[in-house]
Design a protein around this ligand. Structure first.
Ligand SMILES: [Zn+2]
Length: 130
């Protein structure tokens, strides 16, 4: 059986060995969300204590829960896809900012050299044409 997290802090049950029983929530489709108690010891060391905390879910509840789970999983997949898309977009936007900054620096350098060349031309013109 696949289980979710154990919340033994809230457990009021004790197993046959006298330990506070671990409290689990099932994550398999048939009993999804149904909670149970279990001996905290490994199977071979304990006395096999195991007990449901919740009553068995009616078949319609199992159908509704699994349907909602499938929808939730689909939403999570879509959310993760969109979050990756946003991350990719943000990464490309950062690259664009870096590219623009480098291009601006090159443009500034070019403009500075054009200004320098112009002043040399003006100086030469002055020498040639007096
Ligand atoms: Zn036990």
């Amino acid at each position: 059986m696949s289980v979710g997290s154990s919340d033994s802090i809230n457990s009021k049950k004790k197993c046959r060995c006298g330990f506070v029983a671990h409290h689990f929530t099932v994550t398999t489709p048939m009993n999804y969300g149904r909670r149970f108690y279990k001996c905290p010891l490994p199977k071979k060391q304990g006395r096999g204590y195991w007990e449901w905390d919740d009553v068995e879910f009616p078949p319609q509840a199992v159908i509704v829960i699994s349907s909602q789970r499938r929808k939730l999983e689909a939403f999570e997949i879509e959310r993760n896809r969109l979050m990756k898309k946003i991350a990719d977009f943000e990464a490309s936007a950062v690259i664009d900012v870096e590219t623009i900054t480098k291009l601006r620096e090159r443009l500034d350098a070019l403009e500075a050299s054009v200004v320098e060349d112009n002043s040399k031309i003006v100086e030469l013109r002055g020498k040639v044409f007096g």
